[in-house]
Design a protein around this ligand. Structure first.
Ligand code: T3D
Length: 261
């Protein structure tokens, strides 16, 4: 894997770090390929039970690398297929990851960098974080799922405001809007994200996967459809070892030990 993305696993938590701090972790074709590889690796590794996505240096990610993008435009390549080859698959892999994904946002998340944070299940931000849709500032429309994810988090009117005006949202406002789960001092972000992910990694992984599948399905169906999908997912959960263990632990008045199976 190239140096622009780092991948580490400790105690069931995979940490994927965007590592181009000098360019604010903006995304080149190489970085996007490596990110896609890392996300798919975390998805496929059964020893990984929670994932953190973060950036190195002062930014989470400034989105598409505009130097590379400008060169592509000069060569008449336009978007060079990157939405289909990179952004779409990465966003779907994060969103459909059958285990929880936490974005640890230490600085600015802009454009597709913001989209990546939105594709994660939970976002925890440092007091120095900010979120900027950025797209219209350079004459583009939202991509990498932002038109879908943002309005579901903040509502249609606020999403339109953020997309049309493209003003940055500071951490405190992001908390008020429900964009992030919590805001912590910058020096505590790493530990706070790890504590959250470690807690999730010790949980009922298959049930967490079912939660994600149920919520995604329910976003695009009616109540009857949601009930049907809940039924299927719940039947699968009822056959897991974690459910059996937790039920017995409850009756023993003990805390369950979940093994993710
Ligand atoms: O092309 C396609 O494939 C289509 C897909 C598009 C998806 C997208 O993500 S479109 C949106 C792209 N991103 C942006 O438009 C954000 C551009 N950056 C900014 O607006 C600002 O840099 C920030 C708000 C992120 C941070 O501002 P600030 O003042 O803290 O930092 P800065 O001085 O602007 O940037 C610091 C350095 O990072 C600077 O480099 P230098 O001068 O020190 O050598 C700057 O050029 C570089 N940088 C920041 N963003 C990008 C970038 N380099 C390349 N690409 C960037 N996106």
């Amino acid at each position: 894997m190239p140096d622009s993305v780092q991948y580490d696993v400790v105690k069931g938590v995979a940490t994927i770090t965007l590592a181009r701090p000098d360019a604010m972790n903006s995304l080149t074709a190489e970085t996007k390929s490596a990110l896609r590889e890392a996300v798919e690796r975390a998805r496929d590794d059964t020893a990984v039970r929670a994932v953190i996505l973060t950036g190195s240096g002062r930014a989470f990610s400034a989105g598409q690398d505009l130097r590379e993008h400008a060169a592509n435009l000069d060569e008449g390549l336009g978007l060079a297929g990157t939405l289909e080859e990179h952004y779409g698959p990465i966003v779907l892999a994060l969103s459909r990851m059958p285990k929880p994904v936490v974005a640890a946002v230490q600085g600015v998340a802009a454009g597709a960098g913001f989209s990546l944070a939105l594709a994660c299940d939970l976002r925890i931000a440092s007091e120095k974080a900010s979120f900027a849709t950025a797209f219209t500032r350079i004459g583009l429309a939202p991509d990498s799922g932002m038109s879908w994810t943002l309005q579901r988090l903040v509502g249609r009117a606020k999403a339109l405001e953020l997309l049309l005006l493209a003003e940055p949202v500071r951490a405190a406002e992001a908390l008020e809007l429900g964009l992030v789960t919590s805001v912590v001092p910058a020096e505590e972000l790493k530990a706070a994200a790890l504590a959250l992910a470690t807690r999730l990694a010790a949980g009922p992984t298959l049930a967490y996967g079912a939660v994600k599948a149920a919520v995604e399905h329910a976003a695009a169906t009616d109540l009857a459809g949601a009930l049907a999908t809940e039924g299927e997912l719940q039947k699968a959960c009822a056959h897991t070892a974690d459910h059996a263990e937790a039920t017995k632990a409850f009756l023993r008045k003990e805390q369950p030990v979940f093994e993710g199976r």
